[in-house]
Design a binder for this molecule. Structure first.
Ligand SMILES: C[S@@+](CC[C@H](N)C(=O)[O-])C[C@H]1O[C@@H](n2cnc3c(N)ncnc32)[C@H](O)[C@@H]1O
Length: 292
């Protein structure tokens, strides 16, 4: 995976690209990366097998209303492989990217995949043979996850939040001091009945080691279940179910049968719902389009 012998390994190059970042300029550093000849660092060459398997295991319980499909968000979607894959499984999907270059690449990739979907989008023959009319749509938006401006581009009447948000290598790409804000934004963006699905990576990496990718072992739990700031130490990781004050409760947690090789066999899949969906404004009469 690493390029030429003269070059430091990709991960070291990535870390040095972000080494002097501040909280405010870390997003623009991603755009600089996409504008450079190093954007191949960010290409996973296909959608997440763990997400495919999880979605396909739930296809029968997804309610597809003729009026409204379930709506998904993939923040920091990069080339947008997961965005396209979810749309091919019936979701209307928004891919959010800070980089306009990434948005252009993602749009071109989506056009090609919709014309002739690659086999890698499907785990089972049943899903691969979903009729074309069952497919959803994709829309890529250039915007900053931590700001609200881009939300104006969500073209859904009476929108109450996303039915599904998928995080893979977004949390680990952020400087640790943004983790609390990441969790707050997830609360704002999820529908009261929605689910946040996370493919937790990298779990093998020491929490003190520099990123991106930043090690996230225990970080999802701390920010989502405990309501912490996500800046934790190996010794303090303890996933205890009592007295939790975080905004989300974890409703599923498992080691996926398939995942990317870079996860070194340690990736975990976690699924979260709002602990108290009534805390959200305007939640009366919200029915779920996505059933676990
Ligand atoms: C490690 S890449 C992950 C790409 C994608 N999730 C994948 O699996 O291939 C992180 C992505 O998040 C984007 N990003 C970083 N900060 C962002 C922000 N504040 N808002 C939106 N996108 C952001 C970067 O441009 C980059 O493409």
């Amino acid at each position: 995976m690493d390029a030429s012998p003269q070059q430091p390994p990709l991960t070291a190059q990535l870390i040095s690209h972000f080494i002097n970042r501040s909280r405010s300029n870390s997003s623009s550093r991603w755009s600089v990366l996409w504008n450079s000849d190093k954007s191949h660092f960010l290409d996973r060459e296909g959608p997440s097998p763990a997400l495919i398997d999880w979605i396909e295991s739930r296809l029968k319980t997804l309610k597809f209303s003729p009026d409204r499909r379930p709506v998904a968000l993939v923040p920091g979607c990069g080339i947008g492989y997961d965005v396209v894959m979810l749309a091919l499984h019936g979701f209307d999907v928004y891919g959010l990217e800070i980089s306009d270059v990434a948005v252009g690449i993602a749009e071109a990739n989506a056009t090609a995949e919709f014309r002739e979907p690659s086999d890698y989008n499907f785990g089972s023959p049943t899903a691969a043979s979903l009729p074309i009319e069952c497919r959803g749509s994709v829309k890529f938006i250039q915007g900053n996850f931590f700001e609200t401006e881009w939300e104006k581009e969500i073209a859904i009447e009476d929108f109450k939040g996303f039915d599904l948000i998928y995080d893979y290598t977004f949390l680990c790409s952020l400087p640790p001091d943004l983790r609390k804000d990441w969790a707050s934004r997830m609360c704002e963006l999820i529908s009261p009945t929605g689910v946040l699905a996370c493919l937790e990576f990298p779990l093998y990496k020491n929490l003190k080691a520099l990123g991106p990718p930043w090690g996230v072992k225990g970080v999802y739990w701390n920010t989502l279940a405990e309501g912490g700031d996500g800046i934790i130490h190996e010794s303090s990781i303890e996933e205890d179910d009592g007295n939790l004050e975080g905004p989300f409760r974890r409703v599923d947690y498992f080691k996926p049968a398939r995942s990317y090789e870079c996860g070194k066999g340690t990736d975990m899949f976690s699924v979260w719902k709002l602990r108290d969906s009534r805390q959200k404004n305007g939640t009366e009469n919200v029915t779920s389009n996505f059933v676990l």
